[in-house]
Write a protein that binds this ligand. Structure first.
Ligand SMILES: *Cc1c(COP(=O)(O)O)cnc(C)c1O
Length: 492
């Protein structure tokens, strides 16, 4: 018998424009004999140049493409800093209700009382959760919430006579923080992180002067650690006439348990797409509501929902407002999803969510420490950061560990972030996962650590099970191919 030919499973899906053939169609119905022939109705001439395929070809193309996707709906997704929790189907059901999904943004107020009530109620819940007085739901993402918050801080200082020049930002901060401060016209000044992985009160105090507009602090920080000195820090910042901006992207470690407003925060953004279970990733819509203390309410973007004569109404009369930051009223469908999640959890349930998320992170920390290097010793909040220091001894790096995890069916953690940790592996399990999943993930990482010690080439050449292995890390960003274009032979 001759050698069996090896059939390589074709995993790459070529563009739909390279499939099908002329005259092929997904539609073939008898002509009902109307005034216009059915072909003229169905086969529009302005579609010339589009691919011609049968229905099964189209269905198979998109179904295969969808199977190349990795999401929180398919597997564990412990991408640190991103809170990739499971998104309950109930959220989608609520957002798809015709009374929400079919609304026109200019419908008269009296016809959309339910939607306006949802806006008010969601604002009220968020204010309660963070311990601040007023909330805008307009910003479309965390980063836009930061910019909105910084503009409010600038408006506050301008109203006091002087906008000031600088914003203090810890070295562990998310990159969007200095970007937002700069877009708002401020210089960002780096506050060092100490050996605990925290911002020390003395480090902030040494930098405070009358040109500092705000401290922009993330709590818990991007190392997953609670900023233990926050109350003293906030007091010093206020004494210098500056404000405390808290990046609330990590509220999955606080909600229902502790309130930033009680820690001295004056302005804060939420990331609804993280903490409150709306889908995110791939640049899809998000929501970054901003909460402020009472005296800053007048600066919030307009319009705002108010109650007048027994009705909810949009109020456009806001003379001190920083102005709109988003068309219409924000990503309304995302707001419906987040509000559904809150109602489904209830106030107690949100606290339970936080406790479970923190427990899961500390469980992984306990199972993996010793085998993976832990740069900071304090208890973790919602996420835990390890490094590749021990695996480096055989030349295995964070990137190799992350790639090898894909073969075990897990999304990789966030890697090489935060920047203050060399070779960081940042793991955020969230509250969604069962003990079996957490153990499966820990077992996979421990197995990879054994490979790193015994057969380092295995992780170094991983992954083996994915459609593509190691892609060029920078080419997609530097020379993106964003549109299909016909091959030269076809255009000739
Ligand atoms: C995710 C995140 C942001 C940015 O939020 P986007 O919605 O992606 O704009 C900002 N800060 C921290 C700490 C984050 O984790």
């Amino acid at each position: 018998m001759g050698e069996q030919p090896t059939v390589k499973k074709s995993v790459m899906e070529e563009p739909i424009f390279e499939k099908g053939s002329s005259g092929r169609s997904g539609i073939d119905v008898p002509d009902p004999g109307g005034p216009v022939p059915i072909d003229a109705v169905l086969l529009r001439e302005d579609l010339a140049g589009f691919p011609e395929l049968s229905e099964p070809e189209v269905i198979r193309h998109y179904t295969r493409l969808s199977k190349l996707n990795f999401s929180a709906a398919t597997n564990f997704y412990p991408l640190g800093s991103c809170t990739m929790k499971y998104n309950p189907v109930a959220n989608e059901t609520a957002a798809a209700m015709p009374g929400f999904a079919g609304l026109h943004p200019y419908a008269p107020d009296q016809h959309v009382q339910g939607a306006l009530e949802l806006v008010r109620e969601l604002e009220r819940w968020l204010a309660e959760i963070c311990g601040l007085a007023a909330v805008t739901l307009q910003p479309a993402a965390g980063a836009q919430g930061e910019l909105t918050g910084m503009k409010i801080i600038r408006a506050h200082h301008l109203a006091c006579g002087y906008a000031r020049k600088k914003v203090l930002i810890p070295a562990s901060a998310h990159g969007t923080n200095p970007a937002s401060a700069n877009l708002c016209g401020y210089d960002s000044i780096v506050v060092p992180v100490d050996e605990r992985g925290l911002v020390a009160a003395a480090a902030v105090e040494a930098l405070l002067d009358e040109d500092v507009a705000a401290l922009m602090v993330t709590n818990p920080n991007t190392l997953g650690l609670f900023e233990a000195d926050i109350e003293r820090i906030a007091k010093s910042v206020h004494q210098a006439g500056a404000l405390v901006y808290m990046d609330g992207a990590n509220m999955n470690a606080l909600m229902g348990v502790a309130k930033p407003g009680h820690m001295g925060a004056d302005v804060l953004q939420f990331n609804l797409h993280k903490t409150f279970s709306t889908p995110h990733g791939g640049g899809g819509p998000g929501a970054g509501p901003v909460a402020v203390r009472a005296d800053l309410e007048r600066f919030l973007p307009g319009p705002r929902v108010v109650e007048r004569d027994g009705l909810y109404r949009w109020d456009y009369e806001r003379p001190d407002s920083i102005g709109r930051v988003r068309s219409f009223y924000g990503n309304f469908g995302i707001l419906v999803r987040a509000y559904t999640y809150m109602l489904a959890c209830g106030g107690d349930g949100l606290g339970q969510t936080t406790r479970s998320a923190v427990l899961a992170a500390n469980y992984l920390r306990a199972r993996l420490s010793g085998v993976f290097h832990l740069p900071y010793q304090a208890d973790s909040m919602h996420e835990v950061v390890f490094t590749d220091k021990f695996q480096n001894e055989t030349g295995v790096k964070t990137l190799d560990i992350a790639k090898r995890l894909l073969d075990f069916g897990f999304h990789a953690p966030t890697i090489y972030f935060p920047l203050v940790v060399a070779g960081a592996l940042m793991i955020e399990p969230t509250e969604s996962e069962s003990l079996e999943t957490l153990d499966g993930f820990a077992d996979a990482l421990l197995a990879i650590a054994r490979e790193a010690a015994e057969t380092p080439d295995v992780p170094r050449n991983a992954p083996y099970e994915t459609p593509l292995a190691r892609l060029d890390e920078t080419r997609a960003a530097r020379s993106p191919v964003l549109a299909w274009s016909p091959k030269p032979a076809e255009t000739a």
